[in-house]
Design a binder for this molecule. Structure first.
Ligand code: FAD
Length: 169
């Protein structure tokens, strides 16, 4: 058996290997790094206060982000930026938006997230023609990730409500 397959057999579920062949910190959810049951949680479970599948995320606020925290922050930035993008952007605004989006597959720290996005952008190039089109494009890309992760799909007709206007009174 090769070293790589030997190592992958020992990996805890959810642990992601980076391009360097080592466990990738920024590609892995924090809950998949830590031992499934901490001493504190075991005590809470024993005392009947907690189910074993309901462990709290006890990560201190000063910890570096994991793939989920980074994802939430990035989607917040991207959807909000799209929501405030002009309906009639100047050529300069379009070019800058394209630069921002095309930089993600190169610079996004979670390497497998970045390469998925890069592949998807080859068949679905960003539509920076205006606010509506850009928000829709981004919603669809986010839904592709949601689908891959087994999450509920978002209703793309609600992007303005979610990211700019808020719910109706
Ligand atoms: P998130 O998916 O982060 O969503 C945040 C909020 O956005 C939601 O609460 C909801 O209100 C809203 N929302 C949800 N879907 C949409 C939508 N379609 N349009 C508009 N608003 C929406 N994680 C992985 O494990 N593997 C990956 O390959 C991966 N690829 C990613 C690629 C990119 C470019 C980014 C930015 C993130 C990626 N992530 C990936 C992270 C993942 O998408 C989530 O951010 C993370 O799992 C946290 O999910 P969440 O359920 O808290 O909500």
């Amino acid at each position: 058996m090769s070293d790589a397959s030997d190592r992958s057999q020992k990996l805890p579920p959810g642990m992601v290997i980076g391009p360097d062949g080592k466990p990738c910190k920024i590609c892995t959810a924090f809950r998949n790094w830590k031992p499934k049951t901490s001493t504190a949680s075991m005590a809470a479970i024993a005392a009947g206060r907690l189910q074993s599948d309901q462990e709290p995320d006890t990560r201190p606020a000063y910890c570096p982000p994991d793939v989920e925290q980074l994802g939430r922050a990035t989607w917040t930035f991207l959807h909000t930026t799209a929501a405030y993008y002009p309906e009639r952007p100047t050529p300069n605004q379009r070019a800058n938006m394209l630069n921002l989006l095309h930089s993600l597959p190169i610079l996004y720290p979670c390497s497998h997230c970045a390469s998925h996005l890069g592949e998807v952008m080859k068949t679905n190039p960003p539509d920076v023609s205006g606010q509506f089109a850009l928000s829709r494009w981004l919603c669809e890309r986010h839904n592709e990730v949601n689908e891959r992760l087994g999450k509920k799909l978002f209703d793309c007709s609600k992007t303005d409500e979610r990211w700019k206007d808020g719910p109706p009174d």
